[in-house]
Design a protein around this ligand. Structure first.
Ligand code: ADP
Ligand code: MG
Length: 503
Protein backbone atom coordinates (compact mmCIF):
# COMPACT_ATOMS: atom_id res chain seq x y z
CA UNK A 1 0.00 0.00 0.00
CA UNK A 2 1.21 3.43 -0.90
CA UNK A 3 2.58 5.38 2.03
CA UNK A 4 1.81 9.08 1.86
CA UNK A 5 5.08 10.99 2.12
CA UNK A 6 5.20 13.04 5.27
CA UNK A 7 7.57 15.57 6.67
CA UNK A 8 7.91 16.02 10.42
CA UNK A 9 6.24 19.09 11.91
CA UNK A 10 8.44 21.64 13.67
CA UNK A 11 8.45 21.39 17.46
CA UNK A 12 6.61 24.09 19.35
CA UNK A 13 8.97 26.81 20.56
CA UNK A 14 8.10 29.05 23.48
CA UNK A 15 10.13 32.23 23.88
CA UNK A 16 10.91 32.79 27.53
CA UNK A 17 12.29 36.03 28.99
CA UNK A 18 15.84 34.83 28.41
CA UNK A 19 15.82 32.22 25.66
CA UNK A 20 13.80 29.88 23.49
CA UNK A 21 12.47 26.59 24.83
CA UNK A 22 11.10 23.47 23.21
CA UNK A 23 8.48 21.09 24.60
CA UNK A 24 8.93 17.37 25.14
CA UNK A 25 5.82 15.34 25.87
CA UNK A 26 5.14 11.66 26.55
CA UNK A 27 1.68 10.23 27.17
CA UNK A 28 0.36 7.31 29.16
CA UNK A 29 -3.09 6.68 27.73
CA UNK A 30 -5.58 4.52 29.62
CA UNK A 31 -8.04 2.96 27.22
CA UNK A 32 -10.93 0.90 28.50
CA UNK A 33 -11.13 -2.39 26.62
CA UNK A 34 -14.43 -2.87 24.80
CA UNK A 35 -15.66 -6.07 26.42
CA UNK A 36 -18.94 -7.18 27.98
CA UNK A 37 -17.19 -8.64 31.03
CA UNK A 38 -14.38 -7.46 33.30
CA UNK A 39 -10.73 -8.51 33.11
CA UNK A 40 -10.82 -11.12 35.89
CA UNK A 41 -14.55 -11.64 36.54
CA UNK A 42 -17.76 -12.22 34.63
CA UNK A 43 -19.37 -9.02 35.93
CA UNK A 44 -20.81 -6.64 33.36
CA UNK A 45 -18.95 -3.51 32.28
CA UNK A 46 -22.08 -1.59 31.27
CA UNK A 47 -21.66 2.16 31.83
CA UNK A 48 -24.31 4.01 33.78
CA UNK A 49 -25.68 0.96 35.67
CA UNK A 50 -27.08 1.28 39.19
CA UNK A 51 -24.08 1.78 41.56
CA UNK A 52 -22.54 -1.47 42.82
CA UNK A 53 -24.77 -3.64 40.62
CA UNK A 54 -21.93 -4.88 38.36
CA UNK A 55 -19.75 -6.40 41.06
CA UNK A 56 -18.61 -10.01 41.30
CA UNK A 57 -17.14 -11.37 44.52
CA UNK A 58 -13.66 -11.18 43.07
CA UNK A 59 -14.14 -7.49 42.19
CA UNK A 60 -15.12 -6.78 45.78
CA UNK A 61 -12.06 -8.77 46.93
CA UNK A 62 -14.03 -11.21 49.03
CA UNK A 63 -11.70 -13.58 50.89
CA UNK A 64 -10.69 -16.62 48.87
CA UNK A 65 -11.86 -15.29 45.52
CA UNK A 66 -9.44 -15.87 42.66
CA UNK A 67 -9.08 -13.94 39.40
CA UNK A 68 -9.59 -15.77 36.10
CA UNK A 69 -8.26 -13.95 33.07
CA UNK A 70 -10.83 -13.03 30.42
CA UNK A 71 -9.42 -14.30 27.10
CA UNK A 72 -11.46 -11.80 25.09
CA UNK A 73 -9.86 -8.83 26.89
CA UNK A 74 -6.42 -10.22 26.10
CA UNK A 75 -7.42 -10.70 22.45
CA UNK A 76 -8.58 -7.08 22.36
CA UNK A 77 -5.23 -5.85 23.72
CA UNK A 78 -3.36 -8.00 21.17
CA UNK A 79 -5.57 -6.58 18.44
CA UNK A 80 -4.75 -3.07 19.61
CA UNK A 81 -1.04 -3.90 19.63
CA UNK A 82 -1.26 -5.22 16.07
CA UNK A 83 -3.12 -2.07 15.01
CA UNK A 84 -0.23 -0.02 16.41
CA UNK A 85 2.28 -2.18 14.51
CA UNK A 86 3.68 -3.33 17.82
CA UNK A 87 5.59 -6.33 19.05
CA UNK A 88 3.29 -8.90 20.72
CA UNK A 89 4.97 -10.67 23.61
CA UNK A 90 3.98 -14.34 23.71
CA UNK A 91 4.89 -14.45 27.39
CA UNK A 92 3.80 -11.70 29.72
CA UNK A 93 2.91 -11.60 33.40
CA UNK A 94 0.67 -9.82 35.89
CA UNK A 95 2.05 -7.91 38.85
CA UNK A 96 0.44 -6.45 41.92
CA UNK A 97 0.75 -2.70 42.32
CA UNK A 98 0.01 -2.08 45.98
CA UNK A 99 -1.69 1.02 47.25
CA UNK A 100 -4.53 1.80 49.58
CA UNK A 101 -7.57 3.63 48.48
CA UNK A 102 -11.24 3.18 49.39
CA UNK A 103 -12.21 2.38 45.79
CA UNK A 104 -9.62 -0.39 45.51
CA UNK A 105 -10.91 -3.19 47.74
CA UNK A 106 -8.05 -5.57 46.98
CA UNK A 107 -5.51 -3.08 48.26
CA UNK A 108 -3.64 -3.56 45.00
CA UNK A 109 -4.20 -3.19 41.30
CA UNK A 110 -3.34 -6.11 39.03
CA UNK A 111 -1.15 -4.66 36.28
CA UNK A 112 1.86 -5.63 34.16
CA UNK A 113 5.09 -3.91 35.12
CA UNK A 114 7.95 -6.20 34.24
CA UNK A 115 6.56 -8.14 31.28
CA UNK A 116 3.87 -6.26 29.33
CA UNK A 117 1.71 -8.03 26.76
CA UNK A 118 2.63 -5.57 24.00
CA UNK A 119 6.05 -4.08 23.27
CA UNK A 120 7.28 -1.40 20.87
CA UNK A 121 5.05 0.03 18.17
CA UNK A 122 4.34 3.35 16.48
CA UNK A 123 1.64 5.80 15.50
CA UNK A 124 1.63 8.32 12.67
CA UNK A 125 0.08 11.52 14.01
CA UNK A 126 -1.45 13.64 11.26
CA UNK A 127 -0.72 17.35 11.57
CA UNK A 128 -2.18 18.50 8.25
CA UNK A 129 -1.73 17.37 4.64
CA UNK A 130 1.79 16.09 4.06
CA UNK A 131 2.83 16.66 7.67
CA UNK A 132 2.89 13.95 10.32
CA UNK A 133 4.81 13.03 13.44
CA UNK A 134 5.89 9.44 14.03
CA UNK A 135 5.37 8.73 17.74
CA UNK A 136 6.94 5.58 19.11
CA UNK A 137 4.97 3.39 21.49
CA UNK A 138 7.07 1.97 24.29
CA UNK A 139 4.61 -0.66 25.53
CA UNK A 140 0.99 -1.51 26.21
CA UNK A 141 0.15 -3.30 29.40
CA UNK A 142 -3.14 -4.71 30.56
CA UNK A 143 -4.49 -3.80 33.99
CA UNK A 144 -7.59 -3.43 36.13
CA UNK A 145 -9.43 -0.18 36.60
CA UNK A 146 -10.26 1.02 40.12
CA UNK A 147 -13.72 1.89 41.41
CA UNK A 148 -15.08 5.36 41.98
CA UNK A 149 -15.20 7.37 45.20
CA UNK A 150 -18.06 9.83 45.37
CA UNK A 151 -17.50 12.74 47.74
CA UNK A 152 -20.17 15.17 46.70
CA UNK A 153 -23.40 13.34 47.49
CA UNK A 154 -23.46 13.81 51.24
CA UNK A 155 -21.94 16.43 53.56
CA UNK A 156 -20.53 13.90 56.02
CA UNK A 157 -20.05 10.67 54.09
CA UNK A 158 -18.23 9.44 51.04
CA UNK A 159 -19.55 6.65 48.85
CA UNK A 160 -17.84 4.01 46.78
CA UNK A 161 -19.14 2.56 43.51
CA UNK A 162 -17.38 -0.64 42.50
CA UNK A 163 -18.98 -1.01 39.06
CA UNK A 164 -15.76 0.05 37.35
CA UNK A 165 -13.54 -2.01 39.67
CA UNK A 166 -11.78 -4.67 37.65
CA UNK A 167 -12.76 -3.41 34.20
CA UNK A 168 -9.92 -4.08 31.73
CA UNK A 169 -7.71 -1.18 30.74
CA UNK A 170 -4.90 -0.96 28.23
CA UNK A 171 -2.20 1.47 29.26
CA UNK A 172 -0.51 2.71 26.11
CA UNK A 173 2.83 4.33 26.95
CA UNK A 174 4.45 6.57 24.34
CA UNK A 175 8.07 7.59 24.07
CA UNK A 176 8.63 11.31 24.70
CA UNK A 177 8.28 11.98 20.97
CA UNK A 178 5.43 14.49 21.07
CA UNK A 179 6.57 18.07 20.59
CA UNK A 180 3.60 20.35 21.20
CA UNK A 181 0.10 20.67 22.70
CA UNK A 182 -1.68 20.22 19.36
CA UNK A 183 0.39 17.14 18.63
CA UNK A 184 -0.52 15.66 21.99
CA UNK A 185 -4.22 16.10 21.27
CA UNK A 186 -3.76 14.78 17.72
CA UNK A 187 -1.91 11.76 19.10
CA UNK A 188 -4.79 10.92 21.44
CA UNK A 189 -7.23 11.48 18.58
CA UNK A 190 -5.25 9.10 16.36
CA UNK A 191 -5.10 6.39 19.02
CA UNK A 192 -8.82 6.83 19.53
CA UNK A 193 -9.49 6.57 15.81
CA UNK A 194 -7.38 3.42 15.43
CA UNK A 195 -9.02 1.73 18.43
CA UNK A 196 -12.48 2.64 17.17
CA UNK A 197 -11.58 1.10 13.79
CA UNK A 198 -10.37 -1.99 15.63
CA UNK A 199 -13.40 -2.09 17.94
CA UNK A 200 -11.14 -2.42 20.98
CA UNK A 201 -12.07 0.82 22.82
CA UNK A 202 -15.08 3.06 22.24
CA UNK A 203 -12.94 6.14 22.88
CA UNK A 204 -15.65 7.91 24.87
CA UNK A 205 -13.66 10.49 26.82
CA UNK A 206 -16.65 11.87 28.72
CA UNK A 207 -17.43 8.48 30.20
CA UNK A 208 -13.77 7.99 31.03
CA UNK A 209 -13.17 5.21 28.47
CA UNK A 210 -10.11 7.12 27.31
CA UNK A 211 -7.95 9.26 29.60
CA UNK A 212 -4.35 10.31 29.58
CA UNK A 213 -1.53 11.07 31.99
CA UNK A 214 0.52 13.75 30.31
CA UNK A 215 4.29 14.06 30.96
CA UNK A 216 5.75 17.45 30.11
CA UNK A 217 9.29 18.83 30.19
CA UNK A 218 11.07 21.68 28.44
CA UNK A 219 14.53 21.79 26.91
CA UNK A 220 16.73 24.07 24.81
CA UNK A 221 16.66 23.85 20.99
CA UNK A 222 19.06 21.11 19.92
CA UNK A 223 18.75 19.08 23.13
CA UNK A 224 16.10 16.77 21.73
CA UNK A 225 18.22 15.98 18.66
CA UNK A 226 21.11 15.16 21.01
CA UNK A 227 18.81 12.85 22.96
CA UNK A 228 17.79 11.08 19.75
CA UNK A 229 21.40 10.62 18.63
CA UNK A 230 22.73 9.40 21.94
CA UNK A 231 19.61 7.91 23.55
CA UNK A 232 20.69 9.76 26.68
CA UNK A 233 17.52 11.21 28.20
CA UNK A 234 19.46 13.21 30.77
CA UNK A 235 19.89 15.97 28.18
CA UNK A 236 16.11 16.44 28.41
CA UNK A 237 14.52 18.43 31.20
CA UNK A 238 12.94 17.01 34.33
CA UNK A 239 9.31 16.21 33.64
CA UNK A 240 6.07 16.61 35.53
CA UNK A 241 3.11 14.32 35.03
CA UNK A 242 -0.40 15.74 34.77
CA UNK A 243 -2.85 13.02 35.82
CA UNK A 244 -6.12 11.84 34.41
CA UNK A 245 -6.95 14.18 31.57
CA UNK A 246 -10.16 13.35 29.72
CA UNK A 247 -10.61 16.19 27.26
CA UNK A 248 -8.55 17.11 24.20
CA UNK A 249 -8.99 20.78 24.98
CA UNK A 250 -7.80 20.41 28.56
CA UNK A 251 -4.81 18.32 27.48
CA UNK A 252 -3.65 21.19 25.30
CA UNK A 253 -4.35 23.89 27.86
CA UNK A 254 -2.61 21.93 30.63
CA UNK A 255 0.53 21.35 28.52
CA UNK A 256 0.70 25.00 27.54
CA UNK A 257 0.35 26.13 31.16
CA UNK A 258 2.75 23.52 32.50
CA UNK A 259 5.48 24.35 29.96
CA UNK A 260 5.28 28.06 30.79
CA UNK A 261 5.36 27.31 34.52
CA UNK A 262 8.51 25.24 34.10
CA UNK A 263 10.18 27.84 31.88
CA UNK A 264 9.51 30.58 34.45
CA UNK A 265 11.10 28.47 37.21
CA UNK A 266 14.13 27.55 35.11
CA UNK A 267 14.76 31.10 33.93
CA UNK A 268 14.53 32.22 37.52
CA UNK A 269 17.46 29.93 38.32
CA UNK A 270 15.28 27.27 39.95
CA UNK A 271 14.94 23.60 39.06
CA UNK A 272 11.96 21.39 38.30
CA UNK A 273 10.90 18.86 40.90
CA UNK A 274 9.60 15.68 39.31
CA UNK A 275 6.05 15.34 40.56
CA UNK A 276 2.48 14.44 39.79
CA UNK A 277 0.21 17.40 39.14
CA UNK A 278 -3.50 18.00 38.60
CA UNK A 279 -5.05 20.30 36.03
CA UNK A 280 -7.85 22.55 37.23
CA UNK A 281 -10.11 23.47 34.31
CA UNK A 282 -11.63 26.35 36.29
CA UNK A 283 -8.34 28.20 36.71
CA UNK A 284 -6.51 26.72 33.71
CA UNK A 285 -3.59 25.91 36.01
CA UNK A 286 -1.84 22.77 37.17
CA UNK A 287 -1.07 22.25 40.84
CA UNK A 288 1.05 19.80 42.73
CA UNK A 289 -0.72 16.63 43.86
CA UNK A 290 2.14 14.52 45.17
CA UNK A 291 5.83 13.99 44.60
CA UNK A 292 6.64 11.43 41.92
CA UNK A 293 6.29 7.91 43.24
CA UNK A 294 8.84 5.29 42.27
CA UNK A 295 8.11 1.68 41.40
CA UNK A 296 9.36 0.59 44.83
CA UNK A 297 6.74 2.77 46.52
CA UNK A 298 4.18 0.39 45.07
CA UNK A 299 5.99 -2.75 46.24
CA UNK A 300 5.34 -4.41 42.89
CA UNK A 301 5.57 -8.19 42.82
CA UNK A 302 4.29 -10.91 40.49
CA UNK A 303 0.68 -11.77 41.28
CA UNK A 304 0.78 -15.25 42.84
CA UNK A 305 -2.88 -15.86 41.91
CA UNK A 306 -2.16 -15.72 38.19
CA UNK A 307 0.16 -17.83 36.07
CA UNK A 308 2.34 -16.06 33.52
CA UNK A 309 0.26 -15.33 30.45
CA UNK A 310 1.41 -17.49 27.54
CA UNK A 311 -0.19 -17.05 24.15
CA UNK A 312 0.48 -18.82 20.86
CA UNK A 313 1.78 -17.19 17.70
CA UNK A 314 -1.00 -18.99 15.76
CA UNK A 315 -3.60 -17.25 17.90
CA UNK A 316 -1.92 -13.88 17.30
CA UNK A 317 -1.88 -14.63 13.56
CA UNK A 318 -5.58 -15.45 13.65
CA UNK A 319 -6.30 -12.10 15.25
CA UNK A 320 -4.03 -10.35 12.74
CA UNK A 321 -6.00 -11.93 9.90
CA UNK A 322 -9.21 -10.24 11.13
CA UNK A 323 -7.77 -6.73 11.34
CA UNK A 324 -9.73 -4.20 9.29
CA UNK A 325 -8.12 -1.75 6.88
CA UNK A 326 -6.71 0.90 9.24
CA UNK A 327 -7.04 4.70 8.94
CA UNK A 328 -3.63 5.40 7.35
CA UNK A 329 -4.07 2.73 4.68
CA UNK A 330 -7.66 3.69 4.00
CA UNK A 331 -6.72 7.33 3.64
CA UNK A 332 -3.85 6.56 1.25
CA UNK A 333 -6.15 4.32 -0.80
CA UNK A 334 -8.86 6.99 -1.01
CA UNK A 335 -6.30 9.48 -2.34
CA UNK A 336 -5.10 7.15 -5.11
CA UNK A 337 -8.35 5.34 -5.89
CA UNK A 338 -10.70 8.34 -5.97
CA UNK A 339 -8.22 11.10 -6.83
CA UNK A 340 -9.22 13.18 -3.82
CA UNK A 341 -7.05 15.43 -1.67
CA UNK A 342 -5.42 14.07 1.47
CA UNK A 343 -7.55 16.51 3.42
CA UNK A 344 -10.81 15.12 2.02
CA UNK A 345 -9.57 11.57 2.50
CA UNK A 346 -8.86 12.46 6.13
CA UNK A 347 -12.40 13.74 6.63
CA UNK A 348 -13.96 10.68 5.00
CA UNK A 349 -11.87 8.18 6.95
CA UNK A 350 -12.22 9.85 10.36
CA UNK A 351 -14.71 7.16 11.34
CA UNK A 352 -15.00 3.82 9.63
CA UNK A 353 -18.80 4.25 9.28
CA UNK A 354 -18.23 7.49 7.35
CA UNK A 355 -15.75 5.81 5.03
CA UNK A 356 -18.09 2.88 4.40
CA UNK A 357 -20.97 5.25 3.60
CA UNK A 358 -18.81 7.19 1.17
CA UNK A 359 -17.66 4.05 -0.61
CA UNK A 360 -21.26 2.90 -1.07
CA UNK A 361 -22.03 6.25 -2.70
CA UNK A 362 -18.85 6.26 -4.80
CA UNK A 363 -19.07 2.68 -6.08
CA UNK A 364 -19.42 2.83 -9.89
CA UNK A 365 -19.72 6.63 -9.82
CA UNK A 366 -17.47 9.69 -10.02
CA UNK A 367 -15.44 9.48 -6.80
CA UNK A 368 -14.63 13.17 -6.59
CA UNK A 369 -18.25 14.21 -7.04
CA UNK A 370 -19.29 11.62 -4.45
CA UNK A 371 -16.68 12.98 -2.02
CA UNK A 372 -17.95 16.53 -2.49
CA UNK A 373 -21.54 15.61 -1.88
CA UNK A 374 -20.80 13.42 1.11
CA UNK A 375 -18.47 15.93 2.78
CA UNK A 376 -20.06 19.28 1.96
CA UNK A 377 -23.74 18.54 1.60
CA UNK A 378 -24.38 15.54 3.80
CA UNK A 379 -21.73 15.78 6.56
CA UNK A 380 -22.03 19.55 6.58
CA UNK A 381 -25.74 19.39 7.25
CA UNK A 382 -25.51 16.51 9.72
CA UNK A 383 -22.88 18.39 11.69
CA UNK A 384 -25.00 21.52 11.79
CA UNK A 385 -27.85 19.47 13.23
CA UNK A 386 -25.57 17.66 15.65
CA UNK A 387 -26.02 14.23 14.06
CA UNK A 388 -23.63 11.45 13.12
CA UNK A 389 -23.76 9.38 9.96
CA UNK A 390 -25.76 6.73 11.85
CA UNK A 391 -28.64 9.20 12.08
CA UNK A 392 -28.47 10.39 8.47
CA UNK A 393 -31.95 10.68 6.95
CA UNK A 394 -30.35 10.23 3.52
CA UNK A 395 -29.11 6.73 2.72
CA UNK A 396 -26.10 6.01 0.52
CA UNK A 397 -28.55 4.64 -2.07
CA UNK A 398 -30.54 7.87 -2.12
CA UNK A 399 -27.45 10.06 -2.41
CA UNK A 400 -26.11 7.76 -5.14
CA UNK A 401 -29.45 8.17 -6.94
CA UNK A 402 -29.04 11.96 -6.91
CA UNK A 403 -25.54 11.61 -8.35
CA UNK A 404 -26.86 9.34 -11.09
CA UNK A 405 -29.47 11.93 -12.09
CA UNK A 406 -26.75 14.59 -12.37
CA UNK A 407 -24.48 12.26 -14.36
CA UNK A 408 -27.30 11.45 -16.82
CA UNK A 409 -27.96 15.17 -17.28
CA UNK A 410 -31.51 14.82 -15.91
CA UNK A 411 -30.92 17.54 -13.35
CA UNK A 412 -28.43 20.37 -13.02
CA UNK A 413 -26.12 20.71 -10.04
CA UNK A 414 -28.32 23.50 -8.76
CA UNK A 415 -31.52 21.48 -8.94
CA UNK A 416 -29.66 18.62 -7.32
CA UNK A 417 -29.25 20.80 -4.23
CA UNK A 418 -33.02 21.33 -4.08
CA UNK A 419 -33.56 17.62 -4.63
CA UNK A 420 -31.11 16.79 -1.86
CA UNK A 421 -33.01 19.07 0.49
CA UNK A 422 -36.29 17.32 -0.36
CA UNK A 423 -34.78 13.87 0.14
CA UNK A 424 -33.18 15.02 3.40
CA UNK A 425 -36.34 16.47 4.89
CA UNK A 426 -39.08 14.34 3.32
CA UNK A 427 -37.35 11.16 2.15
CA UNK A 428 -38.30 9.36 -1.04
CA UNK A 429 -36.72 8.04 -4.22
CA UNK A 430 -34.79 10.82 -6.00
CA UNK A 431 -35.75 9.73 -9.54
CA UNK A 432 -39.43 9.53 -8.60
CA UNK A 433 -39.32 12.94 -6.94
CA UNK A 434 -37.78 14.45 -10.10
CA UNK A 435 -40.61 12.98 -12.20
CA UNK A 436 -43.43 13.82 -9.82
CA UNK A 437 -42.30 17.41 -9.28
CA UNK A 438 -41.24 18.02 -12.85
CA UNK A 439 -37.68 18.89 -11.85
CA UNK A 440 -36.04 17.35 -14.89
CA UNK A 441 -33.89 19.93 -16.60
CA UNK A 442 -34.67 21.14 -20.07
CA UNK A 443 -31.92 19.96 -22.38
CA UNK A 444 -34.08 20.37 -25.46
CA UNK A 445 -32.06 23.11 -27.16
CA UNK A 446 -35.01 24.10 -29.35
CA UNK A 447 -37.08 25.00 -26.29
CA UNK A 448 -34.19 26.89 -24.73
CA UNK A 449 -33.51 28.74 -27.95
CA UNK A 450 -37.12 29.86 -28.16
CA UNK A 451 -36.88 31.21 -24.61
CA UNK A 452 -33.63 33.05 -25.42
CA UNK A 453 -35.15 34.58 -28.54
CA UNK A 454 -38.14 35.81 -26.55
CA UNK A 455 -35.95 37.56 -24.00
CA UNK A 456 -33.67 39.07 -26.62
CA UNK A 457 -36.67 40.43 -28.51
CA UNK A 458 -38.13 41.98 -25.37
CA UNK A 459 -34.91 43.70 -24.27
CA UNK A 460 -33.25 45.46 -27.21
CA UNK A 461 -31.42 47.99 -25.02
CA UNK A 462 -29.85 45.20 -22.94
CA UNK A 463 -28.81 43.45 -26.14
CA UNK A 464 -26.89 46.53 -27.33
CA UNK A 465 -25.09 46.80 -24.01
CA UNK A 466 -24.25 43.10 -23.95
CA UNK A 467 -22.84 43.25 -27.45
CA UNK A 468 -20.44 45.99 -26.30
CA UNK A 469 -19.65 44.22 -23.05
CA UNK A 470 -19.88 40.37 -23.26
CA UNK A 471 -19.81 40.15 -19.45
CA UNK A 472 -23.43 41.30 -19.44
CA UNK A 473 -24.48 38.05 -21.16
CA UNK A 474 -24.93 36.64 -17.67
CA UNK A 475 -28.04 38.77 -17.27
CA UNK A 476 -29.69 36.91 -20.20
CA UNK A 477 -28.67 33.55 -18.77
CA UNK A 478 -30.30 34.57 -15.49
CA UNK A 479 -33.50 35.60 -17.26
CA UNK A 480 -33.74 32.27 -19.10
CA UNK A 481 -33.16 30.34 -15.90
CA UNK A 482 -35.86 32.37 -14.21
CA UNK A 483 -38.31 31.82 -17.03
CA UNK A 484 -37.72 28.05 -16.96
CA UNK A 485 -37.94 27.77 -13.19
CA UNK A 486 -34.25 26.92 -13.03
CA UNK A 487 -34.76 23.81 -15.08
CA UNK A 488 -32.89 24.78 -18.23
CA UNK A 489 -29.54 23.06 -18.64
CA UNK A 490 -27.21 25.93 -17.64
CA UNK A 491 -24.49 24.86 -20.04
CA UNK A 492 -26.86 24.84 -22.97
CA UNK A 493 -28.27 28.24 -21.97
CA UNK A 494 -24.79 29.72 -21.76
CA UNK A 495 -23.84 28.44 -25.19
CA UNK A 496 -27.04 29.59 -26.85
CA UNK A 497 -27.01 33.03 -25.25
CA UNK A 498 -23.43 33.78 -26.27
CA UNK A 499 -24.06 32.48 -29.77
CA UNK A 500 -27.17 34.63 -30.20
CA UNK A 501 -25.55 37.74 -28.78
CA UNK A 502 -22.53 37.18 -31.02
CA UNK A 503 -24.76 37.14 -34.14
P1 ADP B 1 8.84 5.87 34.71
O1 ADP B 1 9.70 4.66 34.52
O2 ADP B 1 9.29 6.78 35.76
O3 ADP B 1 7.38 5.54 34.74
P2 ADP B 1 9.05 6.25 31.91
O4 ADP B 1 10.41 6.37 31.36
O5 ADP B 1 8.38 4.94 31.78
O6 ADP B 1 9.06 6.73 33.41
O7 ADP B 1 8.16 7.34 31.24
C1 ADP B 1 6.84 7.53 31.58
C2 ADP B 1 6.27 8.49 30.56
O8 ADP B 1 6.97 9.74 30.64
C3 ADP B 1 6.44 8.02 29.13
O9 ADP B 1 5.25 8.28 28.42
C4 ADP B 1 7.57 8.85 28.60
O10 ADP B 1 7.46 9.09 27.24
C5 ADP B 1 7.43 10.13 29.36
N1 ADP B 1 8.70 10.86 29.51
C6 ADP B 1 9.89 10.35 29.86
N2 ADP B 1 10.83 11.32 29.90
C7 ADP B 1 10.22 12.49 29.58
C8 ADP B 1 10.65 13.84 29.44
N3 ADP B 1 11.89 14.21 29.68
N4 ADP B 1 9.72 14.75 29.09
C9 ADP B 1 8.46 14.40 28.85
N5 ADP B 1 8.00 13.15 28.97
C10 ADP B 1 8.85 12.19 29.32
MG1 MG C 1 7.32 3.67 33.13
Amino acid sequence: MLDLAHEAPKPKVISGAKSDWELVIGLEVHAQVSSKAKLFSGASTRFGAEPNSNVAFVDAAMPGMLPVVNEFCIAQAVRTGLGLKAQINLVSAFDRKNYFYPDLPQGYQISQLYHPLVGEGEVLVDMGPGVARRVRIERIHVEQDAGKSIHDMDPTMSFVDLNRTGVALMEIVSRPDIRGPEEAAAYVAKLRQIMRYLGTCDGNMQNGSLRADVNVSVCKPGDYERYQETGDHRVLGTRCEIKNMNSMRFIQAAIEYEARRQIAILEDGGSIVQETRLYDPDTGETRSMRSKEEAHDYRYFPDPDLLPLEIEQDWVDEIAATLPELPDEKKARFVTEYGMTEYDAGVLTAETENAAFFEEVARGRDGKAAANWVINDLFGRLRKEGHGIGESPVSSGQLGGILDLIAKGDISGKIAKDLFDIVYTEGGDPAEIVEARRMRQVTDTGAIEAEVDKIIAANPAQVEKAKANPKLAGWFVGQVMKATGGKANPQAVNEIVSRKLGD
